[in-house]
Structure formats: C-alpha cells, structure tokens
Design a protein around this ligand. Structure first.
Ligand code: HEM
Length: 413
C-alpha cells in the first residue's frame, strides 16, 4: 500500500499487483466485511456479502453515473452505455436488453453456437488447437448471425480478436490497453454505419433480431439512439457473448483437472450440466468487483461512506466465501444440484433483479451457452498435452496461460 502526500493510504498499486487477491486480502481482517481505503486518490469503501449486495443495489444508495473510470468506458463498456445510466433512463434502456436477452428468446443463439462449434471441431481432427482461440470465433459467428449483424465468414477471426481485445485490455496500462481502445474505435464505427443503413432501409434485418431492435429503440426522451450509442449497445451484446470464451476455457480446464465430471456431462445430464456451469462461474476468476458512487452520506455496518465516494462490491471474494460456499476452493458442481440460488448469493455477473437493477441481463445466455459447450467439450475426444495451465491471479482478466492446448485425434473427425 502506498501513502499519499497527506499521509493517506492508497491501494491503487496494490490492486495492480495483487489483482483478484486484493479485495479478499483487504477484507480478510474485517469482521464486518467492509474496508475503507483510497483508489486513484479517491475515498473508496469496499463491501462484501449478500447483505452488502442488497445495500449496494439499492438505487437510493448507489448511482452508476460518474462511477466508471474513463479507461474502462474507453475499452470494455463504451461511452454512454447502459452500465452508466441511472433511474428512468436506465430502466428504459435496460428494458431493451432484457426483452432481447432473457426468457428463452436466446434458443436460436445456443443452436447457432452448437452448429458453429460442431463445424469447428470437425476441422480440429488430427491437430493441436488452443481452446480459447478456437472458441471466440465460434461465439462471434453465432452471435452475429443471431443479432442480424452481417459479417463475412472470412472477417470473423478479426472480429473475434477485436471483441476479445476489448475485454482483455480494460484493466491494464500498456499495449493490451491500447489494442482494446483501437478495437473499440474500429468496431463502433463499423456498427454505427450498419445502424444507419438499417434506419435508411438499405439493409435487411430479420424482424425481432437485436440489430433491428437496437436501431429502432427510443430512449426515455423519446429519441432514437445516436448511431454511436447504438453501436456501443450492440457491442454490449456481442462482446460479452464472445467473452463466454473465458468460461468455456475454464470449463476445459476443470474437465482436465477433475475428469470425474466428464461422464455425467457426456451423458447429457441437464441438471448436472447447469450445476457445472454455475460452478465454473463461481469458482474461476472473471469480474473481480463492481463499482458505483455513494448518492448521499451513507453508513454501512458502522463505516461512514461520504457522498460521492467510490463503493465497490467484492464479487470474486463473495463467490469464495466459506460462509456461503463450504470448502470454497473445491470445484464441486454438486453444490448447485437442488440448491435454490438467492438473488444476492452467486454474483459472478452481479446480483439482484436484472430487470430493475444493473445485474447482467446476459446471465441466462451465459449459462445456456456454457452448458451446451461444456457437454460438447466433455464429449470431444482429446488429450491435454504438457503446457502452462497456471491461472495467474494478478492478471485481470485472467485465463490459463496456454489458453488450453488440446490434441484432437484424427479419428474424432
Ligand atoms: C452487466 C458480467 C455475459 C450483457 C454485467 C455486470 C457484470 C457482468 C459483472 C455488471 C453488473 C452490475 O454492474 O451490477 C458478465 C460475465 C459474463 C457476462 C462475467 C460472461 C461472459 C454477458 C452477456 C451479455 C451481457 C452474454 C449479453 C448478451 C451485459 C449488459 C450489462 C451487463 C448489457 C449492463 C447491465 C446494466 O448496467 O444494467 N455483466 N456478463 N453480459 N452485462 Fe454481463
């Protein structure tokens, strides 16, 4: 921890060094699950646990506007994104996402992902492939077809690489970050053009597809989205869908480390496949925490949170809290079999109600894709040769260093 010119502790460097371990380490010694510190020179209060999540998701307590630092908006989310809205503007924009992404409307996406995966795996026969690198274009193809975004097959690898870059570079300085910014700029221009063509009637889009819905969406002021913002929100559908690549790679890692789970997945046991998907999302590190700003002066368990302070909710720490998940560092899908998951318990994609709050509206899609592809991965005849399977916790976002190399025999074609 560094000390600033006024003698105050600042945790920015510790976060950069410790990554996923930072907040759990800071909270370990807090019986109240709350810690006050500074990040980037600003007062920051970090909270953990289901009750803290309830407190955090109360709109009277936390606002999102002005909470996301520019380097994150310039790479991961985009400027003017739904993530940064509050109140009525948030509710109206969010309704567009929940209508498109929730309640089974995504079956077509899952089917397309399965078809794209099956085509890809046929081409893997007799080769060594990197699971991470192969999965991203599969998901990019599926989500572009499903949303109605026109992409030529030969352009898919470059699109997948740009979408991966936006996620990979948000939490770092240096080349990864600048790659993410360039990728975002390129893809926002491309999609803003497509939205303009749709509005002019120059491009046919299947009715009900996300491209048509976003192009026609009217915000709480009754206006169409600026083409740039429409592009940002289309990216907020296709980018995180491709980001499911991280979880598929983690699923491959889990099947290698704990091959005893392969059998039940192979048999297509749907209850177990869903439990496996939840355990991958709980166990492996992806989103470390989320942040907002205190709307007014607040107090949480005796700790004062001044108006305007940054408030963080520790997602990774909560997903590894032994009070919620006995033996939390054991990969055990069965912990989810027959368990009703509370709205604030399992938080890899946020907590609460996605329709009213900021919780991820893509959670059902994530689980459905992960289930479908984990079953296919378990059925795929492959070996995992010696490689670096370390998952470094200081790197955000992290993944197995090798990306998970698989040797696929020729006969599995
Ligand atoms: C929000 C994680 C997949 C669309 C979020 C949030 C997290 C998250 C942590 C913030 C919640 C909050 O601020 O309270 C993830 C992870 C995913 C994933 C780890 C797996 C790869 C998806 C998918 C989609 C999606 C597949 C869309 C197809 C969104 C959107 C928001 C969001 C639009 C903003 C919601 C709002 O601010 O109201 N996600 N997500 N995500 N996610 Fe996801």
């Amino acid at each position: 921890m560094l000390v600033d010119l006024m003698g105050r502790m600042d945790d920015t460097l510790t976060l950069a060094i410790q990554g996923y371990g930072w907040l759990p380490n800071r909270l370990r010694h807090s019986p109240q699950d709350v810690v006050r510190t500074r990040l980037l020179g600003q007062t920051t209060v970090a909270l953990r646990g289901p009750d803290a999540a309830r407190f955090f998701y109360d709109e009277q307590h936390i606002r999102r506007h002005g909470a996301i630092p520019e380097p994150l908006r310039g790479t991961l989310f985009g400027k003017g994104a739904v993530h940064t809205l509050d109140g009525e503007p948030h509710r109206v924009r969010k309704a567009m996402f929940t209508a498109l992404l929730m309640n089974g409307g995504y079956d077509g996406l899952v089917e397309r992902a399965e078809t794209a995966w099956d085509a890809a795996t046929r081409s893997w026969a007799g080769r060594q492939v990197v699971l991470f690198d192969e999965t991203a274009p599969v998901l990019a193809r599926a989500v572009c077809e499903w949303t109605g975004i026109p992409v030529q097959p030969q352009d898919l690898p470059a699109l997948a690489a740009d979408l991966v870059a936006m996620v990979d570079g948000f939490a770092t300085a240096g080349p990864r970050h600048w790659r993410a910014r360039r990728a975002r700029g390129r893809r926002e221009r491309w999609l803003a053009d497509i939205v303009t063509q749709v509005r002019r009637g120059e491009l046919d889009v299947p009715p009900g597809a996300a491209l048509a819905a976003v192009a026609a969406h009217r915000d709480s002021d009754g206006e169409l989205l600026d083409p740039q913002i429409a592009a940002v929100e289309l990216l907020n559908i296709i980018r995180p869908t491709v980001a499911v690549t991280w979880f598929v790679t983690f699923a491959g890692h889990a099947l290698h480390r704990w091959p005893e789970h392969r059998g039940r997945l192979r048999q297509g046991d749907a209850v177990f496949a869903e439990a496996f998907a939840h355990e991958v999302r709980r166990f492996y590190p992806f989103a470390p925490f989320i942040g907002g700003r205190a709307r007014t002066d607040l107090t949480w368990r005796g700790t004062d949170i001044p108006a305007g302070a940054i408030v963080l909710l520790d997602l990774y720490g909560q997903n590894h809290d032994a009070r919620l998940w006995p033996d939390p560092y054991r990969f055990d899908p069965d912990r989810f079999v027959g368990r009703e998951i509370g709205a604030f318990d399992l938080v890899p994609q946020g907590g609460g109600d996605p329709r009213t709050g900021h919780r991820c509206p893509g959670e059902q899609i994530t689980v459905a894709l992960l289930k479908a592809l984990a079953v296919r991965l378990a059925r795929l005849d492959h070996q995992v040769p010696a490689q670096d399977l370390d998952i470094p916790l200081h790197r955000i976002p992290t993944r197995p260093v090798s990306g998970l190399v698989m040797a696929v025999p020729a006969r599995s074609a």
